[in-house]
Design a binder for this molecule. Structure first.
Ligand code: GRF
Length: 216
């Protein structure tokens, strides 16, 4: 059965667009059942509306405190009936209520090769550090900031004349290939999520590197 996915965004939604396009072409066997945001100005919400995907905005400032917001968000995501939650540029740390409602069923895409450069500015931090290779990571979300088990990574070069935005653009193009693929792997059972996620089949792709748990 097609995997039902809720996508959480805070901004442009280019990863949401890439996921929807991969679903359209049949590369990704999933259905986006809802798009949620913490910002009503998130451009990705418009994209969802154009495609008649239900949207929901859960703003922190409409709640008494962060705990109340965490509970509202968990309720809103649970109400979508989603089986998998994808954070695609969702700029807030998730609280326990949502993590508990979807144990090992929440993915995040991050613009750096974790565990290097977690946090808000992966591309800028990679550039400042002078690394020659950067990329993106899709990982399971836990209570930390970009600390959950790594599912897949794609590498891109850092070029001599790169600016932060140019590097981020190159990383995002890699994200747009990687994220739909990981969702497809989960949907088809090729990738089994859990405390020790593992791939059922060996993959070969020159741009995408799956990083399995060494103990598997
Ligand atoms: C992406 O680079 C993602 O890795 C990071 O936020 C950015 C979101 O971009 N977490 P978009 O909204 O999908 O265009």
């Amino acid at each position: 059965m097609t995997l039902q996915v809720a996508v959480l965004i805070s901004g442009t939604g280019s990863n949401l667009r890439a996921l929807l396009e991969a679903i359209d072409t049949g590369e990704c066997d999933a259905r986006v059942t809802a798009v949620l945001s913490d910002r009503d100005t998130a451009a990705g919400l418009q994209l969802a509306r154009e495609r008649r995907i239900p949207t929901r905005c859960v703003r922190l400032r409409d709640h008494a405190d962060r705990e109340a917001w965490n509970h509202s968000l968990a309720r809103a995501v649970s109400d979508t009936g989603a089986q998998l939650v994808v954070l695609a540029g969702f700029m807030r740390v998730l609280g326990k209520p949502l993590l508990d409602a979807f144990p090992e069923r929440i993915l995040n895409v991050h613009p750096a090769l974790l565990p290097s450069f977690p946090g808000k500015d992966g591309p800028g931090d990679a550039l400042t550090a002078g690394v020659r290779i950067s990329g993106c990571t899709v990982h399971l979300v836990d209570e930390g900031v970009d600390t959950g088990p790594i599912l897949a990574q794609a590498a891109v070069p850092v070029l001599p004349d790169d600016t932060r935005d140019r590097l981020h653009g190159r990383i995002q193009r890699a994200e747009h290939r990687l994220l739909p693929r990981v969702v497809h792997w989960v949907s088809t059972g090729m990738l089994v999520l859990g405390r020790r996620p593992h791939l059922e089949h060996v993959l070969s792709d020159d741009r995408i590197l799956f990083v399995p748990d060494p103990s598997q």
